[in-house]
Design a protein around this ligand. Structure first.
Ligand SMILES: *Cc1c(COP(=O)(O)O)cnc(C)c1O
Length: 425
């Protein structure tokens, strides 16, 4: 598409956008003068769906009306509350419902999944991951290998970009896996890298992991609700994601997990167990001896945090109506427009110099561009903040801008460019 840096062109794209009405289903933050802010931070904390409060209120009302009986008599009985979310959550990550459950929080789930799928054995005890992974993932992996008695420096192989580059080449990832083919127990990558916005080739990485006899797991924190991944078809072993970034379900809210059905339906697949993953028909018999629910539901631990899940459910309902494939198509156009506008700014304003470190290839990125700013990065970021734009600053000099296709418009992107073109020191 031939983009133009004009408000008429941006509005024209918005008029043609069948997803544009979804914008009205979200609350936008407002500044001190009560003006709506331009929000580009959906990769960090998505906006609140207007339907969230009503969904939460159903559970508050049922609690007040039923007390403990709400477990069975509420409008959505809490006894199997996760089931109200499973199907829609599965669609978001391209999985079968039997492979998905919503439970706990993200890092917690990474540990539980590694308890099941990081099984060091003899020479095969290493974990391979991207260098500079999200800190929580680094700490989780570090504590997993030390828990098993290994040293981080020895047991964790980090893949770094080539010198002078910011993103990984898929071939380098595959070659590193091959180079350690007898030592790797687990290949663990993010789906979309939080810092660079690079979307990794999940399918090729998984294929290679299996070729050398390793397990492939992914942290989809920045991919879920952003990219139309196909976890089942790509034969991914396990994955987890949070619900509060692109999935708009509120700060710290619940996580989703995926376990391929070949593992999820295997009752002998080891897991750390709790009563909520116990066979539902016998859960309240309170018997000795663990017998899991079939599927990912058999990894549940504690009874469902219903208030958070109610909000998540409201958000999943919106994704279901919008369709993840439609969102991805809009996202490619919207991020492409953002790239175009930013390059226009750079041409017209000599005080702004940056490099976009997110891949140029639309198939290797989602709804985020990361700008490595050459000078005055923090000043530019503060200028945006003072001009009503919410973006994201990462030390030492990166501005992340995430146009979320559910609620951002092409006009938002145009306005961002207009504001940036007025920056001067
Ligand atoms: C956001 C994010 C987290 C956050 O983990 P919580 O347990 O939800 O606090 C972890 N890992 C990655 C890759 C993330 O992007």
């Amino acid at each position: 598409m031939q983009f133009q840096n004009t408000i008429d062109f941006a509005r024209h794209l918005d008029q043609q956008d069948s997803l544009a009405p979804f914008r009205n289903e979200f609350y936008f933050p407002r500044n001190q003068n009560d003006e709506t802010q331009i929000y580009f931070c959906g990769n960090s904390l998505g906006l609140q769906p207007k339907s969230a409060a009503a969904a939460l209120n159903v559970e508050l009302e049922d609690w007040s009306a039923w007390g403990v009986e709400g477990h069975f008599h509420g409008r959505k009985p809490w006894f199997h509350y996760h089931k109200f979310l499973t199907e829609q959550a599965a669609k978001i990550v391209g999985a079968k419902p039997i492979e998905v459950v919503v439970m706990n929080q993200l890092t917690v789930n990474l540990h539980f999944l590694m308890a099941s799928f990081y099984k060091p054995n003899g020479n095969r005890y290493k974990i391979i991951m991207e260098a500079g992974a999200f800190p929580s993932d680094m700490y989780a992996v570090e504590s997993q290998v030390t828990f098993h008695g290994y040293k981080y420096e020895d047991a964790v192989i980090e893949v770094s970009p080539k010198p002078g580059q910011h993103i990984l080449q898929t071939q380098d990832i595959l070659d590193t896996i091959e180079a350690h083919k007898d030592e790797i127990a687990l290949v663990f990558f993010s789906g979309v890298q939080y810092y660079t916005g690079q979307y990794f080739d999940i399918q090729s990485i998984t294929k290679k992991a299996h070729e050398i006899g390793a397990i492939a797991g992914f942290d989809l924190a920045h991919a879920a609700g952003n990219i139309n991944v196909k976890l089942h078809d790509w034969d991914v072993d396990f994955a987890a994601w949070c619900s509060y970034k692109y999935l708009n379900s509120g700060p710290g809210n619940v996580s989703g997990i995926y376990i391929h059905e070949k593992h999820a339906t295997n009752p002998n697949q080891h897991r750390l167990a709790g009563w909520w993953g116990y066979r539902e028909d016998k859960r309240f018999l309170m018997q000795k001896g663990y017998a899991p629910e079939p599927g990912a539901a058999g990894w549940q631990m504690s009874n469902a945090p219903v208030f958070g899940m109610a909000v998540h459910s409201a958000s999943l309902e919106i994704f279901d109506r919008a369709g993840i494939d439609n969102l991805r198509a809009k996202s490619i156009a919207l991020t492409g427009y953002l790239e175009f506008i930013l390059n226009e700014v750079q041409k017209s304003n000599p005080q702004i110099k940056f490099q976009i470190i997110t891949p140029q290839d639309e198939q290797q990125r989602g709804a985020q561009l990361s700008l490595l700013v050459e000078q005055n990065g923090k000043k530019i970021f503060d200028f945006l903040t003072n001009n009503n734009v919410i973006a994201d600053w990462r030390e030492p000099n990166v501005i992340r801008i995430a146009p979320a296709p559910l609620y951002n418009s092409f006009e938002d992107v145009y306005q961002l460019g207009k504001i940036l073109s007025e920056f001067s020191i």
